[in-house]
Ligand binder design. Structure first.
Ligand SMILES: N[C@@H](CCC(=O)N[C@@H](CS)C(=O)NCC(=O)O)C(=O)O
Length: 226
């Protein structure tokens, strides 16, 4: 049975579901996109709560195996298909040190990026689409915090191509959705990812955001590219 990916069409390709779609594209795995209509509160329906107890998306159904939380889903897919496309996670033959460096990069993203980026994504992308008022002071504060974190990213990326080393990994891809949401419609004037003062962050961001699968998803919306 083809894998099902439950996503919210109203959020489109700038939500965490898009990263799952990207991993599926990188791994050339076909899937069926099942829409969950937020405006009809379908995500809080008993049927969807049975898939995801917090009533969120994305969720996958892989032949009856139901999994939520985008990072867990991506990791599951990357580990299930190590031979297809880029590895994205340490392979079964990786050394203890290679696995430790991947976990370090994963923690870097969670501890220093995802909270701030998630707030920016909510304020600049999700709230305007839900008719909720944007907290502009919180956006300003978050941008300052993000800049300080990216100064450290600049140091890391001056020594290696990607956050976890010289190979692209899931950790890099996890940065794409919130930042694309922030940079997307020009409603916030930011150059945090591409400004000249952080040339290595800009190089890294340009390499990530022009990955063919990501470009095609941005053009076509969430759909199977396999
Ligand atoms: N940590 C979760 C976050 C999921 C999440 O926040 N999903 C949003 C859409 S991007 C959602 O479903 N929001 C509806 C809600 O929280 O009620 C993941 O990465 O999967």
């Amino acid at each position: 049975m083809v894998l099902k990916l439950y996503c919210a069409p109203v959020l489109g390709v700038r939500s965490s579901g898009a990263i799952v779609a990207l991993v599926l594209a990188e791994k050339q795995i076909p899937f069926e996109n099942v829409p969950i209509e937020f405006l009809e509160m379908e995500h809080k329906s008993p049927e969807h709560l049975a898939r995801h107890p917090f009533g969120q998306v994305p969720v996958i159904d892989d032949d009856g195996f139901v999994l939520y939380e985008s990072h867990a889903i991506c990791r599951y897919l990357a580990e299930k298909y190590p031979e297809k496309g880029p590895k994205l996670v340490p392979g079964p033959d990786a050394s203890l040190q290679e696995r430790a460096l991947f976990e370090q990069a994963s923690s870097v993203e969670r501890a220093n990026f995802s909270g701030i980026a998630g707030l920016l994504q909510t304020e600049t992308f999700i709230k305007p689409r839900s008719g909720l008022p944007v907290d502009h002071a919180a956006v300003e504060r978050a941008l300052v915090q993000l800049g300080a974190k990216l100064d450290v990213y600049e140091q890391i990326l001056s020594k290696q191509k990607y956050i976890g080393g010289d190979e692209v990994s899931l950790v890099d891809l996890f940065h794409l959705a919130p930042m694309t949401a922030l940079l997307g419609d020009g409603s916030v004037d930011v150059d945090v990812m591409v400004g000249e003062r952080r040339p290595n962050v800009a190089r890294w961001w340009n390499a990530l955001s022009t990955r063919p699968g990501w470009v095609r998803l941005q053009e076509r919306g969430i759909q199977s590219l396999a």
